[in-house]
Design a protein around this ligand. Structure first.
Ligand code: AHG
Ligand code: MN
Ligand code: MN
Length: 329
């Protein structure tokens, strides 16, 4: 990138598209909708304490979790925008029990999965939160969409990314040729390239895990955490950093190097995080940045989903740290 030049996310995507003339623009339109949704949610987040959107919505979602008002608002914003453009045949969301079929979009070729608002428990305390998305192509245009189209492995994602509403708001994504980060310039309301071709360091000195659940972790996870606290690399003891928003913990580790763990517990034998809405998109991003993501047995992106709201343990981050953790298991 030339010094002092500005590349907006829209410019970057349209430049990329010109290298692939067979792309008809549907994916670009989905990105445009995601950006607009992100700006709308960003506006709400920035005013959260001033307008009546903090607190519980008064309902639980399909997974039995308390829904916050912002969970519901974010879900509606993205669904409405994506449905209006008609480029997604259906939308899968952590906050919707069933598949949302987009009206009048039977011939659309993309399927989008999302966690519209990640880190709900941090909304009311002004800590970073995010939105996560993952895009698949339907398997065939010649027949109606089936569960086979909807439950594809992470390997088949065509794009994935997240928006982090933190000290600054950023849009980070991959379409399979690197990871690019754009920061929202508030004054012009445009996402501008700030982090071209992000690579995660192969090693880091941060481990991120909810240690409150330590006694319930399988032995391999305990050994690794103990190792981080006592031995580390060459006796360089690691730092613990855990915000409790996957996006915020992931984003920090992506830039600085580190490992994030969400192990199985007695209460949640498959961990807490969802394969389609959280783990697959994060796994695609981390691999594109040179890192790794596994469930302790296999690569996250090799897991064949069998249901929409499926959960999986997650070990994700710097290549060498994830490999060592894997050995300890
Ligand atoms: P969500 O707000 O979408 O339900 O996700 C919350 C997730 C994730 O963001 C975070 O890493 C994890 O829950 C934190 O869980 P614990 O509070 O159990 O550590
Ligand atoms: Mn989440
Ligand atoms: Mn969520």
């Amino acid at each position: 990138m030339k010094k002092n030049s500005i590349t907006t996310l829209n410019q970057f995507i349209s430049d990329q598209q010109s290298h692939f003339p067979f792309v008809q623009g549907s994916l670009s339109r989905i990105f445009r909708d995601l950006q607009l949704g992100a700006k709308m949610i960003n506006r709400d987040v920035r005013q959260a304490g001033l307008i009546d959107i903090l607190g519980d919505f008064g309902n639980t979602n399909v997974q039995g979790e308390e829904q916050k008002k912002l969970d519901v608002i974010s879900n509606e914003v993205f669904i409405k925008l994506l449905e209006m453009s008609g480029d997604c045949v259906c939308i899968l969301s952590e906050e919707s029990e069933d598949i949302h079929w987009c009206e009048g979009a039977d011939n659309a070729k993309y399927i989008l999965a999302m966690d519209p608002l990640d880190g709900s428990s941090n909304i009311d305390v002004n800590a970073p939160i995010g939105s996560i998305f993952s895009i698949y192509k339907r398997l065939s245009m010649d027949k109606p969409v089936t569960m086979e189209d909807v439950l594809q492995t992470g390997n088949q994602q065509v794009a994935a990314g997240y928006v982090i509403y933190g000290a600054a708001t950023m849009f980070v994504y991959t379409t399979g040729s690197g990871v690019f980060g754009f920061t929202l310039d508030d004054s012009i309301q445009e996402f501008c390239m700030s982090h071209p071709n992000i690579k995660i360091p192969q090693n880091g000195n941060i481990f991120s895990v909810n240690e409150g659940n330590y006694t319930e972790f399988p032995i391999g996870y305990k050994s690794y955490i103990d190792w981080c606290k006592t031995s580390g690399d060459n006796k360089k003891i690691y730092s613990a950093r855990y915000i409790g928003s996957l996006i915020a913990d992931f984003h920090r580790n992506l830039l600085k190097g580190g490992i994030y763990l969400y192990p199985p517990t007695n209460k949640a034998p498959n961990g807490k995080l969802r394969l389609l809405y959280e783990c697959n998109p994060m796994a695609f991003l981390i691999e594109q940045a040179g890192g790794k993501a596994t469930n302790g047995n296999i690569r996250i992106m090799d897991i064949q989903p069998t249901e929409l709201h499926q959960r999986t343990p997650l070990i994700i981050g710097s290549e060498n740290m994830v490999s060592l953790m894997h050995e300890m298991l």
